[in-house]
Ligand binder design. Sequence first.
Ligand code: WTA
Length: 647
Amino acid sequence: MSRPIDALLQEQRRYPPPAEFAARANVDDPDVYRQADEDFEGFWARWAEELAWFRKWDRVLEWHPPDARWFVGGRLNASVNCVDRHLATPRKNKAAIIWEGEPGETRVVTYQELARQVNRFANVLKALGVRKGDRVTLYLPMIPELPIAMLACARIGAVHSVVFGGFSPTALAQRIADSGSRVLVTCDEYYRRGERIPQKRRADEAVQMAGGIDKVVVVRRTGANVPMTPGRDLWWDELMASADPHCPPEPMDSEDMLFMMYTSGTTGKPKGIVHTTGGYLVGVHATTKWVFDLKEEDTYWCSADIGWITGHSYIVYGPLSNGATTVMYEGSPDWPDKDRLWSMVERYAVNIFYTAPTAIRQFMQWGEAYPRRHDLSSLRLLGSVGEPINPEAWVWYHRVIGGERCPIVDTWWQTETGMILITPLPGITVTKPGSATRPFPGVKAAVLDEQGQPVPPGGGGYLAILRPWPAMLRTIWGDHQRYVDTYWSRWNRQTYYPGDGAKWDEDGYFWVLGRVDDVMNVAGHRLSTMEIESALVEHPAVAEAAVIGATHSIKGQVPVAFVILKSGWEPSEALERELKEKVAQVISPIARPDRVVFTPDLPKTRSGKIMRRLLRDIVHGSALGDVTTLRNPEVAEHLRQAFETAA
Ligand code: WTA
């Protein structure tokens, strides 16, 4: 666990909702918790009434643990809910998406324009032979074509699998192959820190490796001259020009798949998390409206990448289903200078801003001068997601960005949960820096011990979710048993195991401490130690590798690798660089180890398992707990020395 429990217990600061905020809040009655608890199905059904359905559901929930079906018998379409149903309202010409490219150009896509683009691309996909249930991989940066392509898939019932644009060709290939996609959507290049990133070239490599792709649609972003394979590669703009802007929406069953999203688990193989249509949309619609207190006139900005679940739920589906104006930014927060985001907040008069603790710690390190250059007075609510937020960063965010007037919602959730599950309601909840506070109404959570007994307030244990929720994952693509084993087998089939350590306090507030499994959280990105280890052993010099997440002041955690070399290879700085590069290539630069420590041996238990706890102790300079269960106890001291000399 990445945070000391004692430090949190000392956090005494309390932030009640400002009176002015509370007076206008979308939800201002604390009794919602009791009401939702007494009849949670009724609670979710009332939210479902806010969406447009072709056919209403017969039953709200069928729960055969661990398999849930929500809004059974209902039929709806996500693109209708995010686009069409706003067209008959004054939202028709409202900005759905305000986009800014890194070099500074802007595009405003109204709901009406979004409708035309989505319909056109839906017809393009159909013409390429994509049918209901087919998977389509999207490998795009933060440009409007990404949400357009997602909604176009949703319109015809195709399943989108968005792969983060910064992933390597190998990572992309693995995800294409696992999903069985035949169509890939990518772009020529995009901008990042003033450089042009060769996305098409990387996509080509992946397509070659993965096999199975027969059409590649290429968005022109920079206008670069990229090689196009005849018969396979097609330009987005050419296809769109001749496409009909009317495409009837597919009436999807509530339980039909909407999308899949790969995430890291404890093994080397990423898991394709499956989300379905009705429950997911109800869950993200409700949480967007209440957690972010979204109002008709708001400009809302979630600075995540759509390549992660945060972007799916809280840039695309949640905000658009609510008819909001959502801001999208292509590039880096320090380009051309470290005030880029604040300049955008000022220029678009952003009201709600949602980002990750790692970004906040980075802003703190850059200093207050950057936000101070800009008028941030339009902001009225701030959000945080992706990892535990340390109280110092929380208080800084509140003071410097929020001007001490904006409530902060620290939202706990996961790719698997699809929607925010633990969070303040900003008009009601008294917040405590570092705590995600309470489960959203209708959600039931607890902190349990190994045996599944509730841990008393103040103690540490495992976070658990005790009741199904509408946006929950339904399965892991192609591996239902792994779904059962990973999430529903720790205690019993009815209790969801998220893999996070947590404590709760006397007020019933939750303090999430971090992952308790072999998953790391690097700058808000989820990475598995196993994935990085298998990338390292692909290098001819490496016999064995063990990776742990070391605490880092800005990124939260960074990977540190311990490597045993094959005979004939000698440790060197050049080799260290090469190994780091190898990981960046196989997975992504975000996974690049901070350090590579060469060692002749690794600490192993008698059953041959690497004792990662010991490696963590070494890296953090803590006392080396019990080593008596090791097969090779002498290696511990040796490693400590190797680590310290390498530093
Ligand atoms: C962590 C991101 C503490 C947690 C939405 C979880 C958090 C993992 C918080 C999921 C938070 C996310 N406080 N920890 N507010 N939000 N986490 O799937 O460890 O990329 O299990 O989803 O991030 O990461 P994922």
